[in-house]
Each structure stands twice: as C-alpha cells, then as structure tokens.
Design a protein around this ligand. Structure first.
Ligand SMILES: C[S@@+](CC[C@H](N)C(=O)[O-])C[C@H]1O[C@@H](n2cnc3c(N)ncnc32)[C@H](O)[C@@H]1O
Length: 328
C-alpha cells in the first residue's frame, strides 16, 4: 500500500531505530532462544541478561515490521525472524552484526562527511580505511568474515546455479574472502582446481579446506596474481573507486592468458538507478569503502580500460549478476 506523504517522510526519518533494533537483537542472539513455541519477553530478557521492558519494546517494533510474531506478551518466529537464527542455512545474523558494528554504523552516521568530500566517511573513525581496521581489530574482522561467508547460503548457491564453471581447469577467486564461493564452485566443477587469493590476515584465518583449493596470500595492488583460466571477483570491484578497479583488473589482465575469462559477480545497477536496495548498497559502499555500485555500461568502461571486453551479463536467482569479460 502506498504511504501517505507525511507517513512516508516520518517512516524514513526514523528508520534508523528499526535498523538498530535488528542489530541489537542479532547481537544478543534473541532469535536463537525462540524455537517453535512463542516465548514471553521476560524469559527472553532473562536468558539474554538484559532489561525485560526495554527488550520487549525493541521486539515490539520488530514485530510491527513483521520480524517476530507478537501476541499476548510472547514473541514467536516469522519466516523473517528465522533468518536471524545462527543455525538457519541462510542465516543473516552475521550480516546484521556486521552492519551494526560501530565502525560500519558509525560511518553511516557520518554520511555528511561523504556528501561534503566525496570520500568514505569511515575515514572519520579510521583514517587507514576498512581493511586496515579489520586487520587491527580481529573481532570485527571475524564478524566481517562471517558476514561474507554467510552470503554463501543464498548468493553463492544462486551463482553456481546460474553459470557453468565446469569448463575451466583453474579458477582463481580474487579477494575471495574465506573461499565460500570458490568451495561452492569446486563442488559443482569436479575437474577444476581453485586458487583463493586474499590478504594475508584473511588467508591466515582460514578454517575450512577443500582438497582442490589452495590459498595464496597477497595484495592485488602489489603482488603478481596467479595464472588461471577464469578469474572470479565477487563483491570486490564495488569496494573501490574507478582508478583502483582498473588497477585490479589490469593486474588480472597481466596474469591472464588470451582465453581466460573474467567473471565479476556483484549487483549491477539498473541504467535508471531506480532500485532502493541497490541505491542503499551504493551508499554503504560510498561511506564504508569509498566504492560504488555500477551499471553494466560503467562496468564495461572499467573492463575496456584494463584490456577486457564485456561479453555478457547473466542474472542469478539472487541480487548478484555475473558480468563476463574476455581479454581484448
Ligand atoms: C567485500 S569482501 C568480498 C569477499 C568475497 N569475495 C565475497 O564475496 O564474500 C572484499 C574482499 O577483498 C579483500 N581485499 C581487500 N583488499 C585487498 C587487497 N589489496 N588484496 C587482496 N584482497 C583484498 C578483502 O580481504 C575481502 O576478503
């Protein structure tokens, strides 16, 4: 239903409260304390060691938005609140915790800095930027890593369903995090070897192995990248402004052979930019990393500057799209 003008403005102006409620509830692990039967607010509060009245009010706001079912002083699950459970196969809890981290939420609070300067507002809190922050704050790095891994449930599966990775003998996942996408790819491509390339602190914290995956620690701005038949870059380019994107793609071009394939996996903005989800992610990138979401034509421009041509954009059943390129 379309909101009245006053309601729309009021709702957007105060939307940060709902977001904070989700972060707090995710941090406390409230959803893990509700199984199939609804639980009284006081019982949830006592299990979490927090104030019953305040938690009940937080939960009521979430229930008013359809996250949790509130009746007779108890809270039960809805399909959305089940995604906050740690054991849900498509759990969003680590993502919510990451969005609630003081370094991330604080950057969004400082949005005005980005608007004034065009630079990531995270630099107000951490002049060295996100990656240095995660390196210096291992518990934030752990939450960030888990948030990226949690995407494997929905987005990784959608990507491997939408694209045939089997023809490639070697696939290198550049900035592949903990290798969740690469492992999903290797599971459907039995003759493929995988190489995971990421920063040393990420590679050092890897806890999951795959018999056909090896990991290389390095910096894509400084170190030579391994040769491969296909290069995957999932949600890496959107972390960076244009110049750095071209540097990353050019480093891949130097390592690639003439028949290698470039696979950029991320959301692709509609050409008219009229998509609230993509526009929100675009602002997260502006404030947190200084990157941006891009249209297919913007991607094509990056590809061209680095010696690739954009061949095809493949939709997946998730917001991820696969932008395929080949060396010119
Ligand atoms: C947004 S995360 C995406 C991770 C993974 N591809 C995914 O989609 O879940 C960006 C990744 O780029 C890595 N990264 C950042 N700077 C890097 C650099 N200079 N060299 C190599 N990897 C880097 C980060 O460590 C992180 O794993």
């Amino acid at each position: 239903m379309t909101q009245q003008p006053h309601e729309l403005v009021w709702t957007l102006t105060t939307a940060g409260f709902a977001a904070r409620c989700v972060h707090v509830v995710a941090d406390l692990g409230v959803a893990d304390r509700i199984d199939d039967s609804p639980v009284p607010a006081a019982e949830l509060a006592s299990a979490c060691g927090v104030d019953a009245d305040a938690l009940g009010r937080v939960m009521s706001l979430l229930a008013a938005h359809g996250i949790f079912d509130h009746r007779d002083g108890t809270f039960g699950h809805t399909a959305s609140s089940r995604l906050l459970r740690s054991d849900h196969p498509m759990t969003m809890r680590p993502f919510l915790q990451m969005m609630g981290l003081p370094i991330i939420w604080g950057s969004i609070t400082e949005l005005g800095h980005s608007v004034r300067t065009g630079r990531p507002s995270l630099e107000v809190l951490e002049p060295q930027g996100l990656w240095a922050h995660l390196q210096g704050h291992p518990s934030d790095g752990e939450i960030f890593g888990r948030a990226m891994t949690a995407k494997a449930g929905a987005e990784g599966a959608a990507v491997v369903d939408a694209f045939d990775f089997r023809p490639y003998r070697t696939i290198t996942d550049i900035g592949g995090g903990r290798g969740h996408l690469l492992r999903a790819v290797l599971d459907v491509a039995p003759d493929t070897e995988g190489i995971l390339f990421d920063l040393p602190e990420v590679i050092d914290s890897l806890d999951v192995e795959h018999p056909r995956m090896r990991a290389i620690a390095g910096d894509f701005f400084k170190d030579a990248l391994p040769a491969a038949d296909a290069y995957v870059l999932m949600e890496v380019l959107h972390d960076w402004p244009e110049r750095e994107c071209v540097e990353i793609l050019a480093a891949i071009r130097r390592a690639a052979h003439q028949n290698s394939t470039l696979l950029v996996v991320e959301g692709v903005l509609p050409e008219d930019h009229n998509d609230p989800r993509a526009a929100t992610l675009d602002l997260i990138m502006l404030t947190v990393t200084g990157g941006r979401e891009r249209t297919a034509s913007q991607m094509s421009g990056l590809f061209e500057q680095a010696g690739f041509r954009l061949d095809r954009v493949t939709d997946t059943a998730s917001p991820m799209r696969i932008v395929e390129g080949s060396p010119v």
